[in-house]
Design a protein around this ligand. Structure first.
Ligand code: PGA
Length: 224
């Protein structure tokens, strides 16, 4: 089963989030894929309620590297207890670029996330994959999902090539072990079906094309 994550990033207000869920969720029923919605944190409680009668899972776009405590502004695992969070996107290139996250900080996030029973989705590029893998503890390294997220293909309208995605999988598996491997970067309805359905790619992280409910549902149907 493919893993398909809708990463809304910093988009939508609460009304728009509610409309999206109302529209998309009934259409996602019965689709055999693991579908994850990662809304902005203020909408997690709203999404939890909407998702509870469905098979769709809830994800967060980031988690604090620290335990509960005096860390103003940070949302940590303690704060999301009870929200049925299944996945956490960690170390996205936008977090590295705009919030200056380091490889070690991301490793700390992975440890916090795993200790809360949440599956980390660790985002890497070809340049960071080795260093990121080595920064994780041996036991942690095998418990993550790795998302290959080439910066030059994020939000640009063109995906990486199938050949490059598969070549990077080898790099990822030599660094991380045989972990699930997903791709993110401009995946949309125009993406080559060979990429969307390739059995060597375990799923996709979808940004822009997840913002419109109908577009996302159509994309999920092409992949699943
Ligand atoms: P995009 O974002 O689909 O808008 O390129 C993907 C991502 O950042 O994971």
């Amino acid at each position: 089963m493919k893993l398909i994550i809708a990463n809304w990033k910093s988009n939508k207000n609460m009304i728009e989030a509610g409309h999206w869920l109302e529209k998309a969720l009934p259409q996602l029923e019965g689709i055999s894929a693991t579908i994850v919605i990662a809304p902005p944190s203020p909408f997690l409680a709203l999404a939890k309620e909407a998702l509870s009668p469905t098979q769709v899972k809830l994800g967060v776009q980031d988690l604090s590297p620290f335990p509960a405590g005096s860390y103003t502004g940070a949302v940590g695992t303690r704060n999301v207890e009870g929200l049925n969070i299944a996945f956490a996107i960690l170390g996205h290139s936008e977090r590295r670029r705009y919030f200056h996250e380091s490889i070690n900080e991301i490793a700390n996030k992975v440890r916090e996330t795993l200790s809360a029973g949440i599956t980390p989705i660790v985002c890497v590029t070809k340049e960071t994959v080795r260093e990121q893998a080595h920064a994780l503890e041996n036991a942690d390294r095998k418990k993550v999902i790795v998302a290959f997220e080439p910066v030059e293909h994020i939000g640009t309208g063109t995906t990486d090539t199938l050949e490059d995605i598969l070549a990077t999988k080898e790099l990822v598996q030599s660094a991380f072990d045989d972990v699930p491997y997903i791709y993110g970067g401009s995946v949309d309805l125009h993406t080559d079906p060979k990429i969307l359905t390739h059995t060597g790619i375990d799923g996709f992280l979808v940004g822009s094309a997840s913002l419109n409910a109908d577009e996302f549902v159509s994309l999920v149907k092409l992949i699943a």
